[in-house]
Design a protein around this ligand. Structure first.
Ligand code: AKG
Ligand code: FE2
Length: 294
C-alpha cells in the first residue's frame, strides 16, 4: 500500500504521478473542479453506453514499462485454447439448441497472471493505489463500496493476444473491469461490447442468443489507444475481442473491482483462463456475487 506510515503525502502523489498523468487528470485531488468534471463525464458515458474511456490516462513511460514487463514474462504466459459459451460454463444438453448456454465459440489467448507480476510492476503499483479505487468507484457512481478482487490469479492480469488469437463473447465473473491498453495489434483486437445486455434480475437470453447469431444491433465498438483507461461493467455487458492479425501482439492490463471482496472466480473459470485453480477457488466456490449464470 502506498500510504504506508513513512511515506509523506508529497511522495505518495509523486509516485502516483509516475503512473498516471495527474497534470491532466488530478485524481489525487477528488474535489478539484477538473476531477469532478471528469467523474461527471465518465458517469454520463457509463449511463449512456455502459463504458467510459479516458484518453492517455496512464503515462507513456509507464505504458513502456508495462510492455517491457510483459515481454520479460513471455516465458511464463499461460496460453490456452478452449471453447466457451458466454457464461464459461459447461454445455447443458437439457436445454434446446439455440439457447445461449449451448452456443460455444473457440478462444485462444494468453495471460500474465496477477500472482507473477514483478515486485515493482507498474500494474501492481497502480492496482494498489487507493486513489484509483476511489476514482473508479466515483465514476461508476456506485452506492456501496467496491473492493479490489481477492482472486490471486485474475485480480489484475495482463491479457495477451498474438496473431490469430480470438477472445469470444462472454460475461465476466467480476462486476467491474478497468482496461488499460498497453500495445495495439497491427490489425483486429478490437473490443466490442453490448451495454447492460443482462441485469442481476434478467438474463435476457433471447437477445444474448441474437448477438451470438450475428445481430450487431446492440454491439458497440471501442477504439482504445495505448495509455487509455476504460471502465466497464463486464458482468452485465457481454463483450469480446475480435481476432488479432499481424506480427504485433495486443497487450492489455485488466485491474478488476468487485462489490464483495470475498468472491473469486469459480475453479472452472480459473483453470480455463489462468491454468490452475487454487485452494481459495474451491473454498469460495459457493460464494457467488449474484444469482446470474457464470
Ligand atoms: O482484452 C480485453 O479487452 C478484454 C478481455 C476480457 O474480456 C477478459 O479477460 O475477460
Ligand atoms: Fe471479459
Amino acid at each position: 500500500m502506498t500510504q504506508a506510515l513513512n511515506i509523506t503525502p508529497e511522495v505518495a502523489v509523486s509516485t502516483l504521478n509516475e503512473l498516471i498523468d495527474l497534470d491532466r487528470y488530478p485524481i489525487h485531488d477528488p474535489d478539484s473542479e477538473v476531477t469532478r468534471a471528469l467523474i461527471a463525464q465518465c458517469r454520463a458515458e457509463l449511463d449512456a453506453v455502459g463504458c467510459c474511456c479516458i484518453a492517455n490516462f496512464v503515462r507513456p513511460q509507464s505504458i513502456a514499462r508495462m510492455q517491457a514487463e510483459i515481454e520479460r514474462k513471455r516465458p511464463d504466459i499461460y496460453w490456452s485454447q478452449d471453447s466457451h459459451n458466454p457464461y464459461m460454463r459447461q454445455d447443458d444438453p437439457s436445454l434446446p439448441e439455440g439457447h445461449p448456454k449451448r452456443a460455444f465459440q473457440r478462444r485462444s489467448s494468453g495471460f500474465v497472471n496477477s500472482d507473477i507480476l514483478e515486485e515493482d510492476s507498474d500494474l501492481r503499483r497502480l492496482y494498489d493505489r487507493e486513489e484509483l479505487l476511489q476514482f473508479v468507484s466515483e465514476c461508476l457512481g456506485v452506492t456501496r463500496p467496491i473492493y479490489r478482487w481477492s482472486d490471486p490469479l485474475g485480480c489484475s492480469p495482463y491479457s495477451v493476444m498474438d496473431d490469430g488469437n480470438y477472445f469470444p463473447w462472454h460475461f465476466d465473473g467480476n462486476e467491474f473491469t478497468v482496461s488499460i491498453l498497453v500495445q495495439q495489434a497491427d490489425k483486429g483486437g478490437v473490443f466490442e461490447y453490448c451495454p447492460d445486455l443482462r441485469t442481476p434480475e434478467n438474463e435476457n437470453f433471447d437477445q444474448v442468443a441474437d448477438v451470438l447469431k450475428g445481430d450487431c444491433g446492440p454491439v458497440h465498438t471501442l477504439d482504445l489507444k495505448p495509455g487509455d483507461l476504460q471502465i466497464f461493467k463486464g458482468r452485465f455487458s457481454m463483450h469480446r475481442v475480435t481476432p488479432v492479425e499481424g506480427s504485433r501482439p495486443r497487450y492489455i492490463a485488466l485491474p478488476t473491482y468487485v462489490y464483495d471482496p470475498e468472491t473469486v472466480n469459480r475453479p472452472e473459470r480459473a483453470k480455463q483462463f489462468y491454468g490452475r485453480a487454487m485452494p481459495i477457488h474451491y473454498e469460495r466456490e459457493a460464494l457467488r456475487p449474484d444469482t446470474l449464470t457464470d
